[in-house]
Write a protein that binds this ligand. Structure first.
Ligand SMILES: Cc1ncc(COP(=O)(O)O)c(C=O)c1O
Length: 433
C-alpha cells in the first residue's frame, strides 16, 4: 500500500482507519515471526575483517622497522617511522605532523580533550582555568545529527555540547562562526568531515575553507576535532573528495587550531587497528608531554604489521575497494526498500562511510524504533545522534547496514518500512481526535 504525507492529510478518517487496520495486521504477523535482528552499530562484517587476515604472521620474526627500531621494545611514544610515513600521506600531512597511537582514535580524542581541559595545550592555559575564572562551563559545538560517542566524550569530561545544524555541504557555517565569535568559552567543534556519521555528507571545499579560518575568530585554545574516521571509505569510485584542512590552515596561519584523527578500525580490524592524530608539531609536542605520563609507547608491533600489510596509500585504496564490494550491496538492500517510504520520510544516499540517516515525519522516531524493537528488529536508539539523546524533532534514525547478512538487512528494512507507515498513519489518526 502506497501512502505519502499528502495522502495522509487528505485521507478521510475511515480511510485512515482502514490503513491502520491493514498495517496492524501486517505488523502483528511480523511480530509473530519472532525475529531477532540487529541494525544498531557500525561494525565491519566478518567478511570484511577477513580481508585483512594476511596480517597474521606477516612479520615472520622480523620485528625491526626500516630505521632499525625494534618494535617489540619500549619507547617511540609517537609511533614508528614507516607508519608515520604511510598514514601522514593518507591524511595529507607531513611526517612531523602525525602521531601513531594504539588501536583506537576515539581514545586519542578522549585523551586530547581531557588533556586540553585539565593539563594544558600549546599556546594556552588548560580550558579548566577558564571554568574556575568564570564559573561557567566549557562548550563544544556538535553538528547534528552526529556521532554519539563524540558527545559522550565531551559530556564525560564536563564539556557542554551545543548542537549546530548540518546541511548538504556540512555544518551551517554561518551559525558556527556566529557562535564561536560570540563565546570564547566555545573551545572546539566535533567534525566527521568525510562521509559524516550518520548523514554521509562530505564537507564542501567552501565549508572546509571556512573551518580553516575559525581559529582567527575563536577564543584562546580553540581546537577543531577533525575526526576523519571515514577518510578512504568510499562506496563509489566517484565519491566527493575532501579538501585538505591542514593545508588550508597553513594558508591562514591557523594550523594550531586543528587536531585531526583517523584509524584503520574500518580498514583492517575494528578492534586491533592503528589510530593516529595529526596536528602541528607544537601541538603534538605538548600533547606528548602529557600522554607520556601515562604510557611508555604504543603497540609498535601492530603498527609494523599494518605497514607491511597495507604497503602504501594505493594499497589502502585497493583494500577499500574490496570493502566497498561487500558493503555496497548491503547499502543497496536498505536503499531500494526505503523507496516504499517516499513521502513519509527523507533519507541520505551516501557515497561512503557506514551509515544511512533517515528522518521520519517529526515526532515519530522514538515510536518507530520502539515498534521495530517490539517486532524483533533493533535500531540505534532514537535521539542517539543528538547531544544528551535529545532530538528536538524526534525524527532521526540511523541505519548501520555493514554487519548483518544481506537477507537480514532486507528483512529488517521491510519491518522498518511497515513500522514507519503504521506510526505515520496512527499519528494522523491521533491528530483527527
Ligand atoms: C566517526 C567515528 N569516529 C571514530 C570511531 C571509532 O574509531 P576507533 O575505532 O578508531 O576508536 C567511529 C566508529 O564507529 C566513528 O564512526
Amino acid at each position: 500500500m502506497s501512502i505519502d504525507r499528502a495522502a495522509l492529510t487528505n485521507a478521510s478518517v475511515a480511510q485512515l482507519r482502514e490503513w491502520e487496520a491493514n498495517l496492524t495486521k501486517e505488523y502483528d504477523a511480523i511480530k509473530a515471526a519472532g525475529l531477532t535482528l540487529d541494525l544498531t552499530r557500525g561494525k565491519p562484517s566478518a567478511d570484511q575483517l577477513a580481508l585483512s587476515d594476511a596480517m597474521d604472521g606477516i612479520l615472520a620474526g622480523n620485528f625491526k622497522d626500516e630505521d632499525g627500531t625494534d618494535t617489540r621494545n619500549y619507547g617511540g611514544l609517537d609511533g614508528i617511522k614507516s607508519a608515520k610515513q604511510l598514514f601522514a600521506q593518507m591524511m595529507g600531512v607531513g611526517t612531523d605532523e602525525i602521531l601513531i597511537g594504539g588501536n583506537s582514535s576515539l581514545t586519542l580524542m578522549y585523551q586530547a580533550q581531557s588533556l586540553a581541559m585539565y593539563w594544558g595545550l600549546h599556546g594556552s592555559e588548560p580550558w579548566h582555568a577558564e571554568v574556575v575564572a568564570t564559573d561557567k562551563k566549557i562548550k563544544f559545538l556538535a553538528p547534528v545529527p552526529g556521532y554519539d560517542r563524540h558527545f559522550g566524550v565531551s559530556d564525560h569530561i564536563g564539556i557542554e555540547l551545543i548542537p549546530v545544524a548540518m546541511n548538504e555541504h556540512g555544518p551551517d557555517m554561518d551559525q558556527v562562526e556566529a557562535l564561536v565569535k560570540a563565546d570564547p568559552l566555545i573551545k572546539g567543534i566535533w567534525c566527521v568531515p568525510r562521509f559524516s556519521n550518520p548523514s554521509g555528507i562530505v564537507y564542501s571545499d567552501a565549508v572546509v575553507e571556512r573551518f580553516a579560518q575559525l581559529g582567527k575568530i575563536a577564543g584562546k585554545g580553540f581546537r577543531i576535532f577533525w575526526d576523519n574516521a571515514y577518510a578512504v571509505h568510499t562506496l563509489d569510485d566517484n565519491a566527493p573528495q575532501l579538501a585538505n584542512l591542514f593545508a588550508l590552515c597553513k594558508k591562514y596561519g591557523t594550523e594550531d587550531s586543528v587536531y585531526m584523527f583517523g584509524s584503520t578500525s574500518k580498514i583492517t580490524y575494528a578492534g586491533a587497528g592503528v589510530a593516529f592524530m595529526a596536528a602541528s608539531p607544537a601541538n603534538l609536542k605538548e600533547f606528548q608531554k602529557h600522554l607520556g605520563q601515562g604510557q611508555i609507547g604504543p603497540d609498535k608491533v601492530n603498527q609494523l604489521r599494518h605497514v607491511k600489510f597495507l604497503k602504501s596509500v594505493d594499497g589502502i585504496h585497493a583494500l577499500m575497494r574490496k570493502h566497498a564490494e561487500l558493503l555496497k550491496p548491503r547499502f543497496d538492500a536498505v536503499l531500494t526498500r526505503l523507496e516504499a517510504l517516499k513521502g513519509l520520510g527523507e533519507w541520505t544516499v551516501p557515497q561512503g562511510g557506514y551509515f544511512i540517516s533517515f528522518d521520519t515525519i517529526p515526532g515519530l522516531a522514538k515510536t518507530v524504533v520502539k515498534l521495530a524493537a517490539e517486532a524483533g528488529v533493533k535500531f540505534t536508539p532514537a535521539g542517539a545522534t543528538f547531544p544528551y539523546g535529545k532530538d528536538p524533532l524526534d525524527c532521526n534514525i540511523r541505519f548501520a547496514p555493514s554487519f548483518p547478512k544481506i537477507a537480514e538487512i532486507e528483512k529488517g528494512t521491510d519491518v522498518f518500512v511497515t513500522c514507519v507507515k503504521l506510526a505515520s498513519v496512527r499519528q494522523e489518526l491521533a491528530k483527527r481526535g
